[in-house]
Design a protein around this ligand. Structure first.
Ligand SMILES: *Cc1c(COP(=O)(O)O)cnc(C)c1O
Length: 393
């Protein structure tokens, strides 16, 4: 099918939630590269929105999935035991501050599960705490509860009334947070680095104070690591940079290397809130998805991708800053989660980079978002910087 036909079918039959997409369809992938229907090559600096941690056609991931398919089993349901699900749960617990995990299929679902767990934890003890504080300009997903958590009016307005009990405070403003806490506050949800709103980091001092408030008041601290998790920032989880641990954290995007899977991970004391029948998922943690996630974690370990993300991330940020280009106002983020504040329209820059064969994202009027696969190398970065310099010239 040619591209014009796809566009025609999409316009006629697909719900118009994405509007006009970038007019391209990718047919083949290899490492950092995607190839479109005309055979044109693109260097992917957006990774399918921080999903494709291992790039394309990764040998370990591909072989693991093929071998699972060869067994003839994609799905069995969690009515039965699943080896890869058990192993993946063990692996995440071993590598993190959590004691137990629950698998769903997306970031929103993982956050939905976190909200439910925080609430049921107090409910089971007969404690009347059910309010949740989140951060302005956060993004937590598109379900009704995660929309209420998302501190952006534009997403919430059409779906009134919102799920009650959510309040939003400015990032890195500890006084605002203190003022928002009540006797009914059950949980605080924070993205260690806000992704969708343009790469804004919560600072370490703030997070440490948030942790302290949670400890003092018996509030559950939830980190939404759907985007920051699984190596994006140069550590497996972004909280490792911050010197605190959350009580619950959520994962999704990169976890399955492209196969949909989300995880809600909790310390034992709060995980106990879920008992048989309290939560569930038909697809969540199925053999295929868990096989993918195990292969992703194995590749990250074997190929030193955390170290690579940290090193190349630093190199990238330095290169961006040292271009000396006056149109680059600020470089934000950590590791391979990069936001470049521009003085010019970010969509124009994104489109011009696309023409030159580089995929990026744009958010708001002025922020270019860069989220390459964790396998990205210095040579890729050099090529990108050269293209960006041309575009900004
Ligand atoms: C993408 C994202 C989500 C939503 O994930 P979906 O898989 O689209 O439901 C939630 N939180 C954060 C921080 C995200 O980046």
């Amino acid at each position: 099918m040619n591209l014009n036909k796809m566009i025609e079918l999409d316009e006629k039959y697909y719900m118009n939630t994405f509007g006009a997409r970038t007019p391209v369809c990718f047919e083949k992938g290899e490492g950092m590269y995607l190839y479109d229907t005309n055979g044109k090559r693109y260097s992917d600096f957006f990774g399918g929105i921080a999903v494709n941690a291992l790039g394309y056609a990764h040998k370990g991931l591909t072989e693991a999935l093929k071998s699972q398919l060869d067994k003839g089993i994609i799905h069995t349901s969690s009515l039965y035991y699943i080896a890869s699900q058990a192993k993946l749960a063990e692996k995440i617990v071993e590598k993190s501050c959590c004691d137990r995990v629950f698998f769903g299929n997306s970031g929103a679902e993982a956050n939905e599960a976190a909200i439910k767990l925080a609430k049921i934890y107090f409910y089971k003890q007969g404690i009347d705490k059910n309010e949740i504080i989140t951060i302005k300009n956060s993004f937590h997903g598109r379900t009704l509860a995660t929309l209420a958590a998302t501190g952006q009016k534009k997403y919430q307005m059409p779906y009134q009334p919102n799920i009650p009990g959510f309040t939003h405070v400015d990032i890195n403003d500890i006084e605002a947070l203190k003022a928002a806490v009540t006797d009914k506050t059950a949980a605080i949800i924070i993205e260690p680095i806000q992704g969708e709103s343009g790469v804004f980091c919560a600072n370490t001092k703030y997070i440490k104070e948030v942790r302290k408030i949670c400890d003092e008041k018996g509030i559950i601290l939830i980190f939404d690591e759907v985007q920051t998790g699984i190596g994006r920032t140069g550590k497996l989880f972004a909280y490792e940079h911050l010197g605190v641990t959350p009580d619950i954290f959520t994962l999704a995007k990169a976890l399955g290397g492209g196969i949909p899977i989300g995880a809600m991970c909790a310390k034992e004391f709060v995980a106990k809130g879920f008992e048989p029948g309290d939560h569930g998922s038909t697809f969540g943690g199925n053999p295929f998805a868990c096989t993918a996630a195990l292969a992703v974690l194995e590749a990250i370990e074997k190929e030193g991708l955390l170290e690579n993300a940290a090193e190349i991330g630093e190199y990238f940020a330095l290169k961006l800053v040292s271009t000396g280009n006056s149109k680059i106002k600020e470089v934000r983020g950590k590791g391979l989660m990069i936001g470049v504040a521009l003085s010019v329209d970010a969509k124009d820059v994104k489109n011009a980079l696309f023409e030159r064969g580089f995929l990026t994202g744009a958010v708001g009027a002025h922020t270019l978002r860069i989220l390459p696969p964790l396998i990205v190398g210095k040579k890729d970065v050099d090529e990108f910087i050269k293209a960006l310099q041309e575009v900004l010239a």
